[in-house]
Design a protein around this ligand. Sequence first.
Ligand SMILES: [Fe+2]
Length: 370
Amino acid sequence: MRTIPAILTLPPRTLTGRDAVDHLLVECRKFGPRGMLVCGASLIRSGVRDRILAGTEGSHDISTWRHPGGEPTLDQLEQLLAAARGHGVDWIAAVGGGSVLDIAKAAAGLLEAPAPAVCYHDGESIPSSRIPFVAVPTTAGTGSEVTTVSVLTNAATGVKKSIRDPSFMARLVMLDSALITTCPSHVMAASGLDALTQAIEAYVSRNATWMTDVFALEAVRLVAQSLPCVYRGDRGSACDALLTGSSLAGLALSNARLGLVHGLAHPLGVRYHQPHGLVCAVCLPLVLAYNREAMGAKVDRLSEAMGGDVFSRVQELMRILQLVSPFGGKWIQDEDAIVRETLASGSTAANPRDVTGDDVRQILRELFAA
Ligand SMILES: [Fe+2]
């Protein structure tokens, strides 16, 4: 008998539709008059930030915080926290890619926390947050809008890892596919492969439930079908499918965790400064091969969803999307530290096959082979 899984965390409200973001501040007003809008430079350049803010005079007191770009760091988070506390915000909304969503989510989650953010990054227990977080993605990849996870880097130590708490879940999610249509094709490709990797890893995770399997498998199907179309320039229904697939993958991973690809991707990404989606994409075939036996009958379900043998379809997608490994022929920096961080990762702990240090070294050798 199928029962509701012992733990299931979902966003309480999601609004979907093209130009839904035009209603963002009307919705946020329900959480209070003082808020902070977190976004990246591209949202300001495109005029969408001004469109969101138009017509709010008198009814809102909105401050904007612009993320400086790159992957979010603890220093940036402290700056955002200081700005949000100084403004006395009732809520924090983020409109942007995964980095923008992650840093704003952590700011809402830690706004009233007594300790500096670094303490929670180092493992201190996170107190439950009362500050509403509103998430509007402008890329289809991380699924951050529907997860309780924020991935942050400590620039002083070089450690990139996630912090999480159930209270980090967005109170409101807006899925407006018009926002992703201006995303460049190469960004769509890498972030789309991140969504695919997340869906596959959540599906075969040792924490998977029948319900996360439903989310994950549909995400695999939607992303595998729509990503080549979006990459070739389809900015219509394929964008809707890609954004839906990305969010479903986020729901799956938030409840089932991930696997060895993400265990490797964080220490590799922080050392080689490569986009997260690209790192995931090039690690995925190696980890799939490594996990082949442990995935059991799920390999067949994955192949059905991918429209062909999962191993060859992943390789084919990478060729179509012109994704080239940034590691081939390079020297492995800090191999011992990469192995240590990979083994310590919560993602690696959810991998369907037990992982040893020798296994990680062998995968790294294959990844860095010329
Ligand atoms: Fe990811």
